[in-house]
Design a protein around this ligand. Structure first.
Ligand code: UDP
Length: 388
């Protein structure tokens, strides 16, 4: 099947898709374009020349999944070093363990509870009058109570998302567990790791196929460019594809302020600053992502969050009520095109983690190649339920 395909975006969604298409449709010619000067999108890692440390240039990325096949898929190309991700919270000069666990509860309330006592205590703190939580704040008040919510979540969330937590979906808070034991792993998933030589090498390996042709610094403009290909896979922002004709979907962007010093700055890779009065959301110390390496210096990023403008790269889809109405319009237009599919965090406007993105691209390549073989219509989006 000698199709000519264009994948727009060399981040995880585009690279995994191109890789699988190259395997499943070996006769095809696949171009991968990225407007950036590098591959790997926001997962891009590079060594900092001054310190020699591998830096997560667009913020911390820790690969975690509950799906062994996805873990194995990544491990075929790079060595994933098992990683225990600890995040601490800095509030009012004190440091607490996250996600909220037995130690956090005991330290914060000055208690010495055992797990069962802590669970009962927090159950009593929770607001029992809330039925099914309708937003982030209700989720927090129902399951954590006002004190923990105000201290650890209210200020951080306002800074991170730039809106009142009542406007945000409960699903954002559900990303984080609450534990009544002393397990302080930030993730629930059994497979957690970081590629020994960073993520860029992984994407490089995925794109190393004779029928994949990579073009960097190559901006895609919809229109005449589509007609040169049998099918286009777009992993950039959905609203950008349509030149924002209905308005802009809400995204938060992130900026980083690096600083270098001798030794080690903090005890963990990520320190969250939960108070609203501190202008940044967190400080990431990159050497902690590679505990198998030794470095005398350190490099940290202070992370600031702000609303995305045309000049900024979008990071976090907000999905407020207004955004969902716009999304419906863009989705209808996308479905009318037929010759273009949309994938990934930006293409489908969803808060996805790396393992979601990889899983969806693998599945999508399978569906697409089956459609090519049977001569049926290829899918436009990987997952229709996501638009509910
Ligand atoms: N959050 C918070 N305080 C914290 C950590 C997280 O309020 O110290 C909230 C915040 O709204 C965040 C959400 O919980 O967006 C999910 O956290 P996660 O660490 O999954 O966010 P990410 O790493 O994707 O930025």
């Amino acid at each position: 099947m000698a199709g000519k395909y264009l994948v727009v975006g060399a981040g995880f969604s585009g690279a995994v898709l191109a890789h699988r298409l190259a395997v499943l449709l070996p006769e095809s010619h696949i171009e991968v374009w990225d407007e950036k000067s590098h591959i790997a999108g926001n997962c891009y890692t590079a060594r900092n020349p001054e310190t020699g440390i591998m830096v997560h240039q667009y913020g911390p990325h820790i690969f975690n999944t509950d799906k062994k096949p996805i873990w194995d898929f990544v491990n075929q190309y790079v060595q994933l070093e098992p990683f225990f991700h600890r995040v601490h919270a800095h509030v009012d000069g004190k440091v607490f363990s996250l996600p909220i666990n037995l130690n956090t509860i005991n330290q914060f309330f000055g208690e010495k509870f055992c797990p069962a006592q802590a669970q009962e205590f927090i159950r009593e703190k929770g607001d029992g009058s809330i039925g099914e939580p309708r937003n982030f704040e209700e989720q927090a008040l129902k399951f954590l109570g006002a004190e923990l919510y105000q201290t650890f979540f209210y200020g951080y969330t306002k800074k991170q998302w730039g809106c009142d937590p009542r406007e945000l979906p409960a699903s954002i808070l559900k990303r984080l567990p609450v534990r009544f034991c002393d397990n302080d792993s930030y993730y629930e998933h059994p497979f957690v790791g970081i590629p020994r030589e960073g993520y860029t090498v992984l994407v490089e390996k995925l794109l190393q196929k004779p029928n994949i042709h990579l073009k960097l610094n190559r901006k895609f403009s919809p229109g005449e460019e589509i007609s040169g290909f049998d099918h286009v896979f777009f992993t950039g922002p959905l609203d950008a594809f349509f030149q924002y004709k209905y308005g802009r979907l809400g995204y938060r962007t992130v900026t980083f302020e690096p600083f270098v010093s001798e030794g080690t700055f903090q005890e963990v890779a990520v320190m969250n600053y939960c108070e609203e009065s501190v202008p940044y959301t967190r400080i990431t110390e990159h050497k902690h992502f590679a505990p198998w390496e030794t470095h005398s210096k350190t490099i940290c990023f202070k992370e600031y969050s702000k609303e995305t403008t045309e000049a900024d790269p979008p990071f976090y889809p907000k999905r407020l009520a207004r955004d969902k109405a716009l999304l419906k319009q863009y989705r209808q237009d996308a479905e009318a095109l037929g010759q273009v599919s949309f994938l990934g965090r930006l293409g489908t406007y969803r808060y996805m983690d790396m393992h979601h993105v990889i899983g969806e691209s693998l599945e999508f390549a399978q569906k697409f190649s089956a459609a090519v073989r049977t001569g049926t219509c290829p899918p436009v989006f990987p997952n229709q339920e996501a638009f509910a």
